[in-house]
Design a protein around this ligand. Sequence first.
Ligand SMILES: *Cc1c(COP(=O)(O)O)cnc(C)c1O
Length: 351
Amino acid sequence: MSSPLHDHGVISRYRQYLPVSEATPVISLNEGSTPLIHSPRLSERAGAEVFIKYEGLNPTASFKDRGMTVAVSKAVEEGSRTVICASTGNTSAAAAAYAARAGIQCAVLLPAGKIAQGKLVQAYLYGAKVIAIRGNFDQALQLVRELGGMPGFAVVNSINPHRIEGQKTAAFEIIEELGEAPDMHILPVGNAGNITAYWKGYREFHHLGRAKILPRMMGFQAAGSAPIFHQRVIEQPNTIATAIRIGNPASWQAANAALSGSTGAIDIVTDEEILAAQSWLASNEGIFVEPASAASVAGLFKLGRVQARRIVLTVTGHGLKDPDAAMMTGDYRPFDADAEVSAVRRILEEK
Ligand SMILES: *Cc1c(COP(=O)(O)O)cnc(C)c1O
C-alpha cells in the first residue's frame, strides 16, 4: 500500500495535469523534484544566468523515470502483467525498476550478440527478463510492437505516449522554481521524446498563466547521429553518447513542431566536444553526467554568448551510468609517492 505521506513522485505532485484518475494505481519511486542548480561558471561564459536541471538524480539515474512512473501506472491500471521494451540503456533500467515496484514482469528484447553486459546491469538487478533475439534491433522492436498488441502486455518504448506526459513535469518544476519559464532551454536529442515533453509542459503552464513567456528550445544531437539536423534517417548512427545514438527518432515530427513553434534550433556537437564538456562540468561545477547529457553543455559552449536572461540546461543522466566513457575524457592515473608527508606535499604543490 502506498501512504500519501510518503508519495512525492510526479503523479502525486502533478496529478491534475496527467492522464490519471482515482482508478490509477500510482507506481512511484519518488521520481522528479530534481535540483535546478545555478552554474556561476557557465553563466559567466554565456553572459546569462544558467541553471542545470540535474536529471541524473532520479531513482534510476535518468529522466526516463518521470515517463516510466506514468507508463507503468497506466499499464497496471489497464491490466497489464508485463511491460516490454527494446532498449539497452536508460529505458530498460527505468522499465525494470518500475515493474519491480509494481510487482509485474519486465521483458527487455534485444538483438543477440549486441548485448553489452555493463549497460544492462540495472535491468538485471531489478529483475527484468533480458531476451536475446536471433535477429536485428528492428526485429526486436517489431516483436515488442506485436506483443504490445496482445492482452496483458504494455510497450514502454518511446512510442508510449504516457512517457511524454510524465516527462513534461520537468518543465513544470522549472517554472515553479524560477517563477517563470527561462528564455532558452537546451537539451540533448535522441528519440526526441524529451524535447517534445518539455515543450508540451512549458506550453501547458503558459496556457494556464503560470508562465508569461515560452523558452526557445535548443536541441543538440551528436554529430555522428543527427537525423533531425540533417533531415534524413541515419542508417548507422555513431557516437560515444549512447543514449542519443538514434538514427530515426520516434518523436521526429513533434520535435520539429517544438523547434519551429519556439523559434528554437537543432544543432550538432562532436564526440570530442561532448567528452570535453563532460569533464569540464564535473571538474568546474561538481556535476557528473553521462556523455549524452554533456551534449547540452557542449551545445552551450558552441552557442557562445547568448541573447537571453535565463537559460536552463537539462543534463539527462548520471555520469556513473557509463564510467568507461568518462575515463576516456582524460589520462587518469594516480601520482606515485613515497609514504612521507613531504612527498605528498610536493605533488600537491605541483601545477
Ligand atoms: C533517453 C535519453 C536521452 C535522449 O532523450 P530523447 O527523449 O530520446 O530525445 C538523452 N540522455 C539520456 C541520459 C537519456 O536516457
